[in-house]
Design a protein around this ligand. Structure first.
Ligand SMILES: [Zn+2]
Length: 117
């Protein structure tokens, strides 16, 4: 459940945003809103939620508001249950967010190479 006002995500069972007193909407509804985004943009997609959450944490520590969206994409032309995880940021933050994500991924590759046997 997501607050349409502050866009904070709450666990299932909470119906009203404690900060805004706004009635929460379902993730599906919120995604519907994002299909016509005024200021959100996808900066990264991956198939592992932990990866997107890690990037989100890094973006937030740089004061960039980020949103992780995960879904089973039925249109994805692959067999099996492939999850598509999308990372959204506000358009004004897109450039900085992309730079941070690239930076993190470059470091990650270095790290993986170093630890390879
Ligand atoms: Zn709220």
């Amino acid at each position: 459940m997501i607050c349409p006002n502050c866009e904070y995500e709450y666990v299932e069972g909470i119906e009203v945003c404690p900060d805004c007193n706004e009635k929460l909407i379902s993730n599906e509804e919120f995604e519907g809103n994002l299909l016509n985004p005024k200021d959100w943009i996808i900066v990264y997609t991956c198939s592992e939620e932990y990866e997107a959450e890690m990037l989100k944490t890094n973006l937030e520590s740089a004061d960039i508001e980020a949103l992780v969206w995960s879904q089973k994409d039925r249109n994805f032309p692959a067999s099996g249950d492939l999850s598509i995880i999308k990372l959204f940021v506000k358009k004004k933050d897109a450039e900085e967010a992309t730079a941070i994500i690239n930076d993190i991924n470059n470091k990650k590759i270095d790290f993986e190479e170093e630890t390879e046997e």
